[in-house]
Design a protein around this ligand. Structure first.
Ligand SMILES: Nc1ncnc2c1ncn2[C@@H]1O[C@H](COP(=O)(O)OP(=O)(O)O)[C@@H](O)[C@H]1O
Ligand SMILES: [Mg+2]
Length: 578
């Protein structure tokens, strides 16, 4: 797991190597400084040798400057390495997510994928930076300072052999207690993130339903929960802090007590005692710093797991790059098709579907909400793969085609469609990035979009804001249809794509499609019977079953569900007109 993450350092290996090198140099300077100080005290001050003091003073100053320089370089390389690593993980992860099928995305949820791309990667970045600094700093500092302390006075230094294990034991208990708390904090952060992103994205809906107070309350509760968890962590640290400080001061007092006796009996000099005190602080601080770096690693571990889950996810769809490129025509055949959204293949959303659609036909689909209309059409461009049976397009199994070519030939306007930030022309060109303005205008005319685009001050260069919130629902739908037409598809699928368009415009769009896209197979899902009553054939769906597939005239005679719908809607129409 760690290997898969660490291998992504790539071009920043050099920095990851240089950082500990410089930190090591810094540590050596820091350890030599007390040694030089001892010399100044013992030789210079004792003998009142001013020139010696000045000479060593200058060397000391240079060493301090070098230590600062090495420290700064180390930190610089460490931060470049860490941000570089996170940049690489982020782009790899993003690339991986682009390969995901709808099924893969359903499994994680988009909000959770966003958290993994942001918070989790940041945690890894922090831990990596602290990691490469501490890996060099703490052990080297501890060992070299210990060795120096023993060289200065091995008897006094015995005190460290007692103090270090005690300190390590205290830090061990602290980490053991704090670990589950941190894991909990980050789990709650996840929930918080999801709430924030959901709310910000759906701000308009929240406002429309006057749910601000409810959402505020929900958010407050979550914040309070995280606050509580942090207070628990702080309490724990507050409890451990005095014991850590107790150990540090005991050691210093011990060094003074035992060392003082040696100084009094002239076994040790004052300068040596001073350096010993500084070494004690360096040794103990390195143990404490290492422990905190360890806590960061623990926090990052959960994040690493979550990132690796995404890396390890096998894209559930084979894109079949070398597959067939040429789709002969827009004919569609469903053979004994079952489909389930769940991994285990139970709870079928579509059951035993068998039907044949000829190239160029216009097919309507009706059925109640949740009857699997969207599911049915999403199988044709392979947004999902069938669970059992097979689907043929242009006489061949859809899996035989290269996925990108299949999706180029099967253009689908999704029920929940989005426009992207950019001009109208940019958005339409999603269908074909090389299309000329004439071609863009042509499809916009077919989709009855040209008429309102011409009324914008900048016409086709009018900017669409994020999510397309500056065009009406019906306008957005027409732009999405135009975008789909630009692909010159063999099969065009409109999933309730004219629901927000008035009936008159709806019928003009249908006429335009009928006359100008004769060879394209058109599949139209609609709630309004009027949108599909001129179709060649209509599929009636009920709870995942095809309960009717025939001409509108025949269905009106033989199919109860269709007849009921037809009469209900026609009556509604009469009521309004009358
Ligand atoms: N991504 C999904 N994951 C799991 N279940 C889904 C998913 N999309 C739709 N379903 C379920 O499949 C059934 C059919 O949904 P759908 O095809 O969207 O119906 P319709 O378009 O006719 O309203 C519903 O019961 C719905 O809850
Ligand atoms: Mg639907």
């Amino acid at each position: 797991m760690y290997k898969s993450i660490l291998s992504r350092v790539r071009e920043f290996k050099k920095h990851s190597f240089l950082a500990p090198m410089f930190i090591t140099l810094e540590v050596f300077m820091e350890i030599l400084i007390p040694y030089m100080m001892a010399k100044i005290i013992d030789v210079g001050i004792k003998n009142s040798d001013i020139s010696y003091i000045v000479k060593l003073g200058i060397i000391l100053f240079v060493m301090a400057m070098l230590s600062l320089f090495f420290g700064a370089m180390g930190a610089r390389f460490a931060s470049i390495a860490a941000t570089g690593l996170s940049k690489n993980i982020r782009s790899d992860l993003f690339e991986k997510i682009q390969k995901f099928s709808f099924k893969n995305i359903d499994k994680f949820s988009s909000a959770s994928l966003v958290t993994r791309l942001t918070t989790d990667i940041n945690n890894v970045q922090m831990a990596y930076m602290m990691g490469i600094i501490m890996v060099a700093r703490s052990p080297i500092m501890m060992i070299v300072a210990l060795v120096m302390a023993f060289i200065v006075n091995s008897k006094v230094s015995m005190i460290f052999l007692v103090a270090i294990p005690i300190l390590i034991a205290i830090m061990y208990f602290l980490i053991k207690k704090a670990d589950p708390m941190f894991v909990k904090v980050f789990e709650e952060y996840d929930v918080l993130n999801n709430t924030v992103s959901e709310n910000v994205n759906a701000q308009r809906v929240v406002k429309a339903y006057v749910r601000e107070d409810f959402e505020n309350e929900k958010f407050k509760k979550l914040s309070l929960k995280i606050f509580g968890l942090f207070v628990d962590v702080e309490k724990l640290i507050a409890l451990f802090n005095p014991s850590i400080i107790l150990v540090v001061y005991s050691v210093i007092i011990g060094v003074f007590l035992i060392g003082g006796k040696y100084v009094a009996s002239s076994v040790m000099t004052t300068g040596e005692l001073t350096s010993l005190v500084i070494y004690s602080i360096q040794i103990l601080m390195s143990v404490i710093a290492a422990s905190f770096a360890f806590i960061l690693l623990i926090i990052a571990e959960t994040s690493i797991e979550r990132i690796c889950e995404v890396f390890d996810e096998v894209p559930s769809m084979d894109i079949n790059e070398d597959g067939e490129k040429d789709i002969k025509d827009g004919s569609i055949v469903f053979k004994d098709v079952d489909f389930s959204y769940s991994e285990d293949g139970k709870r079928l959303a579509l059951k035993g579907v068998n039907l044949e659609i000829k190239s160029g036909e216009t097919i309507g689909i009706i059925g109640g909400t949740g009857s699997s209309k969207s599911t049915f059409v999403s199988l044709i461009p392979r947004l999902y793969d069938v669970t059992n049976g097979e689907i043929l397009v242009g006489g061949k199994n859809v899996r035989a085609y290269s996925l990108s070519d299949l999706r180029d030939s099967v253009s689908m306007v999704l029920q929940k469609n989005t426009l992207f930030t950019g001009t109208i022309a940019d958005n339409i060109r999603w269908g074909d990035e090389n299309a000329s303005l004439e071609e863009v205008e042509y499809v916009c005319k077919l989709a009855c979009a040209d008429e309102f685009i011409q009324r914008f001050p900048n016409k086709y260069d009018e900017l669409i804001v994020e999510g397309g919130n500056n065009v009406s629902g019906g306008q957005k739908q027409r732009l999405c249809i135009a975008r789909a037409l630009l692909k010159k598809p063999k099969i065009l699928i409109l999933d309730d794509s004219t629901s927000a368009v008035d009936t008159k415009t709806d019928s003009r769009i249908r006429d335009a499609l009928k006359n100008d896209m004769k060879d394209t197979t058109k599949i139209i899902i609609a709630q309004r019977i009027s949108s599909i009553e001129n179709a060649d054939k209509i599929i009636v769906l009920d709870n995942g079953n095809v309960v009717g597939f025939d001409t509108p005239e025949n269905l009106l005679r033989e199919n109860d569900i269709y007849k009921e719908n037809y009469e209900f809607q026609k009556k509604g129409g009469v009521a309004i007109e009358g």
